[in-house]
Structures are given as C-alpha cells and as structure tokens.
Design a protein around this ligand. Structure first.
Ligand SMILES: *Cc1c(COP(=O)(O)O)cnc(C)c1O
Length: 367
C-alpha cells in the first residue's frame, strides 16, 4: 500500500498485471516525441458532493468507461495542469514548483465551478506517479516526464449546472523536445480573426475549452507555414496577449523586458513568473504592461526591440524569430535566438536540472 508522506490521504496501490516490457520501453524512450507515449500507471481520485475527495488509487493506466450523458462530454467542465518531473544531474528526481501548479489548479477549479483539492493531495498524487513510473524518464538530452493532472465532471446529467461528481487523474508522458524540428527560433502568425480570451471569460483558467477554441487559429498558422499563433486582446484587437499555450516576453536594447500583464485574459504561467524573477536577478527591469502589435513591428524594425521569446513548461523558453500577419512580416533581431533568451533559458533549465544553484526553493526533490 503506497501512502502519501505528509497527508492523511492515502492512495491504494493496485497491482499492474502487465507493465510494458523493459526492452520495448527503453526503445520508445530513446525517441519519445511529445504527448504520444505514456507510462504504465495513473492516479485516480473521486469527488462526490457530500463525501468530498475519496477513493484515491494508483494503478495501471487504462481506459475509463463513461456514460454517454457524462457532463464533461456535453458542457466541457474540465481543467488540467502540466508540469515536468526531471532527473537531476546527480540521478535523483524532482518536480519544479509543483505547489504553484496546485494553487493554479484550484483557481481554475473555482472559475469552472469545480471542487478545490488540498494542495498536498495534488502534489502527492504527482509524487506517487513519478515514483511508480521512475523507469519512464527518457534517455534523450532535455528529456523529462511530463505530468498531466486533470479533473472533469463525471456525473451523468444533461442539465446545465455544476456537476455533483468529478474524477481527478494524473497521467505521465515521457517527453523529448516540444517543437518537432527542435528549431532554434519559431515563426508565429498573428490571429486577427479569432481571439483566445475576453474580459470576464476563462482565459486565466487552464481549461480544455480554451484549447478547443484555439485549434482553428492554430491550424491557420500551420497552414500559412508558421509554428504557433499569437492572440491579440478581444476588445481592441491591438494588444499582444500570448500564444496558444505560452506567454511572451519582449527584450529591448536598453535592458528592459516587457511582458503582457495578467488580468484575466492571460494564463498566469509558472515559467513566466520564474523568468520575471530570473531576469530581475540579472539586473534587468521587467515591466508588466501592454504592448501593441504596431509597437512590436516598429520596435523590431528600428532595432529597439532585440529579442522576443515565448515560455511555458512544455517548451521552456523558445525564441521567436519571425512574425507574420495580414499586414506582412517582420523579423526579430537576427531571426535566431538572442543572447538574453539563451541566457535565461540556460539559467532556468540549469536550476531545473540541478546544475545551477536553486536559491528560491523551486526544486522539490523526490525521495
Ligand atoms: C499552460 C499555459 C501557459 C504556460 O504556463 P506554464 O505554467 O509556464 O507552463 C501559457 N499559456 C497558456 C494558454 C497555457 O495554457
């Protein structure tokens, strides 16, 4: 019986009848890709009105049978998180700021009228899964075990109201590099026909519905030969918000960095927050303020803007080299990753991997 170390909540450990054979697993782990390979186990916890969280267990990863009337299939009451487990340079395992994921998960839950989960229960669910699947770390450079905690309305009910039953799960996917090409800088398409989030909407929540709404503009970006889509604000179609799943930073030639302010329409990225701290430590001034598409183009053309990068857990820090919209294209700096982008990326990855000192207590070691 596996039990959570510092919580009263315990996870039953169900035996796995047929884990993936080690030679098949190791072969897959040599080229994991992103999001297509999964580990042997999963965590599942139930929530029922009147009972609360119960029946926590870790067992074989397997399909879940759902009644066709299950609420999430109709009204998309679903939220998720994404965090990585790393192997440190000394071979031990760690999570990066998982308490921030736990907090954000609860803020998303609140917005979607779902039950909140004690932070230590969320973190312990992640820890239990990593321990059970410790042999699933990819052997490739930059590899990690990507964890996907999520919760959905599991009550069979077609009325529109918050469900009275939910399932929380954590699955794990060994991950290599997020961008297929492993490209040094990405090209992005400015969506002017679609927006990601509006004031008062769900833009700050990590809910599946936000992603469903971003698929058409993302497909448009790909069709036009770009890697990602960047969204503008819903009210004026003028201010840069973020990519479909990453926050943006603009680096000026005077050592100032600008990033769009949080305020309900931008997802509060944990990577974003970490980068702000690291940039300030480098002596840079970080301004959380609105930055328009027109300004971005002008500053890139005049040379005032020297770098732009996107950041998020999956791809960590990625340089933006080229920007295209209905009004034409512009290149940022040399079109490749700039100095500061590279420096901040190396510092953050170094902390995550244990080669740079963790002065902020961001790394949670798994024993
Ligand atoms: C998850 C996500 C991010 C990045 O958040 P991290 O905590 O840094 O991984 C940025 N934008 C959107 C829309 C997201 O869903």
């Amino acid at each position: 019986m596996a039990s959570a170390a510092d919580s009263n909540f315990t996870f039953a450990s169900l035996p796995h009848p047929a884990p993936v054979p080690s030679d098949t697993r190791d072969q897959a782990l040599a080229n994991p890709g992103f999001g297509t390979l999964f580990s042997d186990h999963m965590v599942m916890i139930e929530w029922d009105a009147g009972i609360g969280w119960h029946d926590g267990r870790i067992g074989p990863r397997e399909p879940i049978a759902l009644d066709p009337a299950t609420a999430v299939l109709h009204y998309a009451q679903e939220i998720f998180e994404g965090l990585k487990a790393y192997r440190l340079s000394d071979g031990s395992m760690a999570l990066f700021r998982p308490e921030e994921n736990a907090r954000r998960f609860n803020r998303s839950a609140e917005r979607l009228a779902m039950p909140e989960m004690p932070e230590d229960m969320f973190i312990n669910a992640c820890l239990e899964l990593v321990k059970a699947d410790k042999d699933w770390f990819p052997s490739v450079e930059g590899g990690s075990l990507y964890l996907r905690p999520f919760m959905f309305a599991s009550e069979p009910f077609l009325g529109v109201r918050p469900a009275k039953q939910y399932k929380f799960l954590v699955i794990a996917s060994p991950a290599g590099n997020y961008f297929k090409s492993g490209a040094p800088a990405v090209s992005i398409w400015v969506s002017s026909d679609y927006t990601r989030a509006a004031p008062g909407g769900t833009g700050a929540a990590k809910c599946g519905g936000n992603y469903a709404a971003s698929l058409v503009p993302q497909a448009e970006a790909i069709e036009r030969g770009h890697d990602q889509v960047v969204f503008l604000d819903a009210a004026e179609h003028k201010w840069i918000e973020e990519l479909g799943g990453m926050n943006l930073f603009f680096v000026m030639d005077d050592g100032t960095i600008i990033t769009p302010p949080l305020g309900g329409t931008i997802l509060p990225g944990i990577t974003r927050n970490s980068i702000i701290t690291l940039a300030q430590e480098e002596g840079l001034t970080v301004r959380e303020e609105r930055y328009s598409l027109d300004q971005w183009r002008d500053d890139a053309n005049s040379g005032k803007l020297v770098e732009t990068f996107a950041c998020g857990t999956a791809a960590v820090v990625t340089a933006v080299g080229r920007v295209a919209s209905h009004d034409g294209e512009f290149t940022i700096g040399s079109g490749g990753p700039g100095q500061l982008t590279t420096k901040l990326r190396e510092k953050l990855v170094g902390i995550q991997r244990g080669t740079v000192e963790d002065t902020h207590g961001w790394v949670k070691h798994i024993d």
